[in-house]
Design a binder for this molecule. Structure first.
Ligand SMILES: Cc1cc2nc3c(=O)[nH]c(=O)nc-3n(C[C@H](O)[C@H](O)[C@H](O)COP(=O)(O)O)c2cc1C
Length: 481
């Protein structure tokens, strides 16, 4: 039997009028999974929770990938990076909400940290427990060698003192979204990574996101079973550490964790899709990266902020909030006034959201917009030309009703000043590229959330009818932007 193509997975999990009408899937509330992974036999190292504001403006931090400088983050910095990425930032009616948006507020993404010796933190593999803001040591010793070799000795990873690994626990999201939850693994990791990259940048910590790694090695290191929970992406943090030369043994741990719910339903399509897009070794990672680079259009801009082309000027965009303050105030808007935003605000948001992500994957997606109310811009549909940083008009008209329809009939899309969709043509692409495209769209979506809040506006993620969105924007421009 030939392995599953991720385009087959995508087709099997698309929302259509028919699939939504005939789904019949109800929510089994008493069986709702726990939104945390809680190790029951490990003592936490409780992390500090008071942070000074970082100095740079949030918009700068979201837009730029800071070159940063050599040096090792200390425990206080580790705490900051973890909390503002995946921590609990507010509790509303006894329901904990996190720093980053997450489909259904189901919080199925876990954060692990792999580090050499840092000030205040000995070398090890740790899990960040958002429920008590604690780090739990899963393995003691420097395991960065395992991560470096799993990424094909990727240079950012090789010299990073600290690497964050994000996993999704399928059932915690599939409880509501069934097999479509596999897409959400990337979407909900992406919003977290957007926060992490911005907080790292604001604090001078170089960061680099990686989609390519040998899956089995990473999952073994974190001691997760990919039938239940698997690694989605890595972010290297810091630079200038001596490359690790080897690692201690890697025994299975089988550490007990709190039960998620009374019963679990398996979604074999998720496990199969993940297996079919897995890479077996560092050598396979290198081959994937090479093929991806040669197939992709040339990168626009550089990720180190040295890009000479003019970016939209956001220095006059009101009070400069720091990224931590923006994250603490972020939430998904539940209502939009029909008011227009300014064209300057739109340009800044797009500019910041699409600024190059420091990543091992080139750009794969194309943003499309429905503009409902932007002063100085005709209402209608647009494609965003990444290299020229400008909107190309597709159709003028009032599309508020269509926007609400496309987003599963949700009025929020019709009421908002604009909607952004990320589309990708993945025909003849490797399965791993599917992961890269989903993640890229979600990181940019996460950056857009942050940029909107930095400007004092609101935003929300929304899901959609797949094919209807594609046909709505057709015919697409030919350009390889
Ligand atoms: C990718 C993505 C898709 C989302 N889709 C919807 C949606 O279709 N409808 C909706 O009301 N909220 C949607 N949300 C918002 C989540 O429900 C929200 O993030 C979650 O409840 C947590 O709340 P917070 O963002 O205010 O912290 C989405 C969020 C993300 C990240």
């Amino acid at each position: 039997m030939s392995p599953l193509s991720l385009l087959e997975y995508h087709a099997a999990t698309r929302h259509s009028l028919e699939s939504v009408r005939s789904s019949g899937h109800g929510l089994d509330w008493p069986n709702q999974p726990l939104p945390f992974k809680i190790y029951t036999s490990l003592e936490p190292l409780t992390l500090p929770l008071s942070f000074s504001a970082s100095q740079s403006s949030a918009l700068d931090a979201i837009a730029r990938a800071c070159a940063g400088s050599d040096g090792l983050p200390d425990l206080q910095m580790v705490a900051r990076l973890a909390y503002f990425s995946n921590g609990v930032t507010r509790v509303i009616r006894r329901m904990p909400f996190r720093a980053a948006a997450c489909t259904g507020a189901l919080y199925h993404i876990e954060m692990y940290l792999i580090c050499g010796d840092l000030e205040g933190l000995e070398a090890g593999v740790y899990h960040f427990g958002a429920h008590d803001n604690g780090l739990r040591q899963l393995r003691r010793g420097d395991y960065r060698f395992v991560v470096a070799s799993a990424t094909g000795d990727e240079p950012h990873v090789e010299q990073a003192p600290l690497v964050a690994a994000f996993t999704s626990t399928w059932w915690r999201n599939a409880w509501k979204y069934q097999a479509r939850a596999y897409r959400h693994a990337f979407w909900d990791t992406g919003t977290i990574v957007a926060n992490l990259l911005a907080v790292a940048c604001a604090n001078g910590v170089p960061a680099h996101e990686l989609v390519g790694f040998a899956d089995t090695e990473l999952n073994r290191l974190l001691d997760v079973d990919p039938a239940m929970e698997a690694t989605i992406c890595l972010v290297s943090l810091g630079q200038g550490a001596a490359p690790p030369v080897n690692a201690p043994d890697l025994p299975a741990l089988a550490l007990p964790t709190q039960r998620l719910s009374a019963q679990q339903v398996d979604y074999p399509l998720i496990v199969e899709a993940h297996r079919a897009s897995s890479l077996a070794s560092g050598a396979e990672v290198l081959a994937w990266r090479e093929a991806l680079a040669s197939a992709a259009p040339p990168q626009t801009g550089t990720a180190d902020g040295a890009d000479a082309r003019r970016r939209a000027d956001h220095s006059s965009m009101g009070p400069l909030r720091g990224i931590e303050e923006v994250i603490l105030h972020r939430g998904s808007s539940r209502q939009f006034a029909h008011d227009a935003i300014t064209r300057g605000q739109l340009e800044v948001m797009l500019d910041v959201a699409t600024a190059p992500i420091p990543s091992d994957a080139p750009v794969l997606t194309q943003p499309y917009l429905i503009v409902n109310a932007v002063e100085g811009l005709d209402s209608g549909t647009y494609a965003y030309n990444r290299s020229e940083r400008q909107l190309e008009l597709l159709k003028t008209g009032d599309f508020r009703r269509e926007a609400a329809f496309l987003d599963l009939g949700q009025e929020l899309a019709g009421d908002a000043a604009l909607n952004v969709y990320w589309l990708a043509n993945l025909d003849h692409r490797a399965n791993r590229d599917y992961r890269a495209a989903q993640l890229e769209a979600a990181i940019e979506g996460g950056k857009l959330y942050l940029a909107a809040y930095a400007l004092g506006l609101g935003a929300t993620g929304l899901t959609f009818f797949d094919d209807e969105v594609t046909s709505f924007f057709a015919p697409m421009p030919e350009a390889n932007w």
